[in-house]
Design a protein around this ligand. Structure first.
Ligand code: FAD
Length: 629
């Protein structure tokens, strides 16, 4: 075997959504970086849903953008429809979702990778990690070539020992028939890494010409598109958009599925991997919700250059003939032609409890990981982990402090803390309900929360950071102006209030008091507020939210102060919890297994009770006062 040998600062294994962010972050921080993929034609491939964002996932993309990541900019260049979801609800759950042209998305990300300094893109299968005395030393590829590095970031997604299944058909390939990576798992196990077997699934892709759209509800994008990236000029994304379509399954569909469950690899046990509870297949839904007489089916374009349409909500691994039969019961799909079958995919990933909050392996210095490989599911969840793992690989080499976000700073902090603290026995998907402080962690203020940190890391430039500082100044000045601007009970104001069904003023009020009225908002008051400054849309939105939700925001900030108190009580990774006499046996076992970084993290470990935390706090206090025997 030829023994090509090269040396880099950082090796990234995988050029999916996690690997791309990791590689770009490392190279942009000046690290000589090489990124491997089994096929350079599949960089940033979207093997499942053709969209970026959606509930809570939009938050992740915006936070990533604020920190200097790429996904937000990439989707702003390649989207074909965009919609702000949950606008009828409070701002905490507003979430952007954009349909992507998948081929364009991949091409654009590839162009960015290939034109980034310090970054080398390489098509080769990594088959082995090289570890010397618990320190990563590099990787070896299928050809026997050696790539030495000070840090390695594993972002292998759904490729490790991947198996694709529908009915009794199964292939040891990666998604879309791409080559699987069948060797690395053994090397990881040989180095003491605990692996899990997970599964996920995707629906069929069908030919647009075979669909009768007259039987479906057309779903339009927003008239005024809000870009994902805070760096994107909003005017540049106002363009013609394509439609998506909504139809429903029915009892005939459900009958066909129930009648063939014995041929379903999911129910026959042919599929070993554990699937995502919150992304169920259609057969799962029909079994779990027998009383539901219909399930939504979102028919979404895969791109402008193809007739392929994605049948969202009907992922499956049922046999091919059953797929045809069930799809053809759905209104509008009666004559549907399938381009690609629905299938499930099983793959190897890790038990993420083996990771520190920096996404470094506790047992191997310099080895980091991100994405589906860590047991999550979703492009967005993958991208933010890849970014964080990449940044921390660079931080380690640069001798800088690890970069960790806590649960009060970002959805990214919630995601990673859940992965490295809680036992995840199925693919982890982000949801707004997972974030305790979601009123503070909105998608609209991600830049105000995280730009400073992105700048400090070195991935947000001075000019971009200055723009955010100016935005903060504009918001503060405008809130102050509204709090100090009095409005008299004159005819014009009373007429305005009457038109909006708002209580007339008895004496005067401040503009801010009017903004706080549930039936009014900052934008509506333009009419009676002639001196207001011309502010960009996103700045004006912050003014409105900061005034309207002031009370809720203050209460949540008080909760965060409590949370931070426990997070600041650090615990040593070398501490032996069996030395704390009055701790329960289960708590000792769990704490010694996890080695939590703080009292806060310890309190979130399943099996560690609040009483155990009190015991620990007393013990820490005694140790601090040297009273411990
Ligand atoms: C069939 C299917 C259905 C899915 N359904 C859903 C869903 O319903 N909901 C959802 O949220 N998500 C779903 N996903 C998951 C979603 O695709 C992933 O979350 C996302 O792609 C993960 O990104 P990643 O970067 O972690 O990994 P991937 O996007 O899988 O990228 C992995 C990269 O690693 C490379 N690679 C792997 N091993 C090696 C190696 N040894 N050497 C060199 N290169 C290697 C690959 O070439 C690829 O570039 C599905 C995925 C698939 C395949």
């Amino acid at each position: 075997m030829p023994n090509l040998e090269e040396t880099y600062d950082i090796v990234v294994v995988g050029a999916g959504h996690a690997g791309c962010e990791a590689a770009l972050a490392c190279a942009r921080l000046g690290m000589e970086t090489i990124v491997f993929t089994v096929s350079v034609d599949s960089i940033a491939l979207m093997p499942c849903n053709p969209n970026i964002g959606g509930s809570s996932k939009g938050h992740l993309v915006r936070e990533l953008d604020a920190l200097g990541g790429e996904m937000g900019r990439n989707i702003d260049k390649t989207f074909i429809q965009s919609k702000m979801l949950n606008e009828s609800k409070g701002p905490a759950v507003h979430s952007l979702r954009a349909q992507a042209d998948k081929q364009d998305y991949s091409r654009q990300m590839r162009r960015t990778l290939e034109n980034t300094d310090h970054l080398t893109v390489r098509q080769a299968e990594v088959t082995e990690i090289m570890v010397e005395d618990h320190q990563i030393a590099g990787v070896r590829t299928f050809s026997g070539a050696v790539y030495r590095a000070k840090a390695v970031v594993l972002c292998t997604g759904t490729y490790l020992k991947a198996r694709c299944i529908y009915g009794d058909v199964s292939n040891y390939t990666g998604p879309n028939g791409l080559q699987a990576a069948n060797h690395l798992t053994d090397s990881l196990i040989a180095n003491g890494i605990e692996m899990f077997r997970f599964k996920t699934g995707t629906p069929a892709r069908v030919d647009k010409r075979s669909i009768d759209f007259s039987k479906m509800e057309e779903q339009f994008g927003d008239e005024r598109v809000v870009p994902f990236s805070f760096s994107t000029d909003p005017e540049s994304v106002q363009k013609e958009q394509v439609s998506c379509w909504l139809t429903y399954t029915n009892e005939n569909t459900h009958e066909i599925i129930r009648g063939n469950l014995d041929r379903s690899p999911l129910f026959s046990g042919a599929i070993e991997g554990t699937g995502p509870r919150y992304c169920p297949s259609i057969e799962d839904k029909v079994v779990k919700f027998p009383d539901k007489n219909r399930h939504q089916v979102f028919v979404e374009p895969e791109g402008l250059y193809t007739n392929e349409m994605y049948l969202g909500g009907m992922s499956s691994s049922l046999p091919e003939d059953v797929q045809y039969a069930m799809y053809r019961t759905v209104p509008g799909l009666e004559n549907v032609k399938v381009v690609r079958n629905a299938y499930a995919i099983e793959y190897d990933c890790i038990n993420s409890l083996q990771l520190k909050p920096s996404l470094e392996f506790k047992a191997i210095r310099g080895l980091f990981s991100g994405g589906q490989f860590n047991g999550s599911s979703g492009y967005e969840e993958a991208a933010v982990q890849g970014f964080m793992a990449g940044v921390n690989a660079a931080m380690e080499i640069l001798g800088r402090e690890p970069f960790v976000l806590d649960r009060s700073q970002a959805y990214i902090g919630v995601l990673i803390d859940d992965l490295v603290t809680k036992e995840n026995h199925e693919p982890y998907r982000m949801m707004t309900s997972r974030a305790e402080y979601r009123l503070l962690l909105r998608q609209d203020n991600a830049d105000l929360r995280l730009r400073a940190i992105g700048h400090e890391i070195g991935l947000v430039d001075d000019a971009t950071y200055e723009k955010t500082l100016q935005k903060e100044r504009d918001i503060a000045a405008e809130v102050e102006r509204l709090e100090s601007t009095n409005v008299g009970a004159n005819a014009r104001v009373q007429d305005f209030l009457e038109r909006y069904g708002s209580t007339p003023l008895k004496t005067g009020a401040t503009m801010a008091e009017l903004v706080r009225r549930p039936e009014l908002n900052y934008f509506m008051l333009t009419e009676i507020d002639p001196n207001r400054p011309e502010l960009p849309e996103d700045t004006a939105k912050q003014v409105d939210i900061n005034i309207k939700y002031e009370g809720y925001l203050r209460r949540q900030q008080q909760q965060v102060a409590q949370f931070k108190k426990l997070e600041s009580k650090k615990l040593s990774p070398d501490f032996d919890y069996s030395t704390v006499g009055s701790l329960r046996r289960e708590a000792v076992q769990k704490l010694n297994q996890h080695k939590p970084a703080s009292i806060g993290q310890a309190s979130r470990i399943s099996g560690v009770s609040p009483a155990d935390i009190s015991v620990l706090l007393v013990h820490l206090e005694q140790m601090r006062h040297g009273k411990n025997d």
